[in-house]
Design a protein around this ligand. Structure first.
Ligand code: ZN
Length: 148
């Protein structure tokens, strides 16, 4: 249990699940997100084309960079997500998401700061983004169920 009513603090144990590579390595986190988002079907976030993409692997290219054959735009798995403009490493984002979701969303920014190892300001921002994204996803799911 993460919440202890006696201390009024969230206890953030080192969960065994957090030992997984995608919580600890940036490259593993990016590959994990690529698998979650695209699976075996890569979709260009700019034009929605599904074929002809190729990975850019030059020294001057950042890891995980793709180029769309149809629209010629470059993209990564973070385009259009809460991670897109963030300088926080992806594996820390995944840790924060996991901790917020597995705790029933009762983790404070201070708890997140301690658990993930970022500043309070960054932890507060991350929690805000994650909660907004989750709320937005729930709303769109509700809307799509009404229309069905
Ligand atoms: Zn495209």
């Amino acid at each position: 249990m993460l919440y202890t009513s006696q201390t009024r603090h969230i206890h953030m144990p080192q969960l065994p699940e957090l030992d997984q590579p995608h919580f600890n390595e940036v490259d593993a986190a990016r590959q994990y997100l690529e698998c979650l988002r695209w699976g075996s079907r890569l979709v260009c976030p700019h034009c929605a084309a599904v074929e002809g993409h190729y990975r850019l692997r030059g020294k001057s290219h950042r890891a995980g960079l793709w180029k769309c054959h149809a629209c010629r735009a470059q993209f990564t798995v973070t385009v259009g997500t809460v991670f897109e403009c963030s300088k926080v490493p992806l594996n820390l984002w995944l840790q924060a998401i996991y901790l917020l979701c597995s705790s029933g969303n009762v983790v404070s920014a201070r708890d997140l700061q301690r658990a993930v190892g970022v500043t309070y300001k960054t932890a507060w921002f991350m929690a805000l983004c994650i909660r907004r994204a989750a709320r937005s996803r729930r709303s769109s799911r509700r809307l799509s169920l009404r229309g069905a």
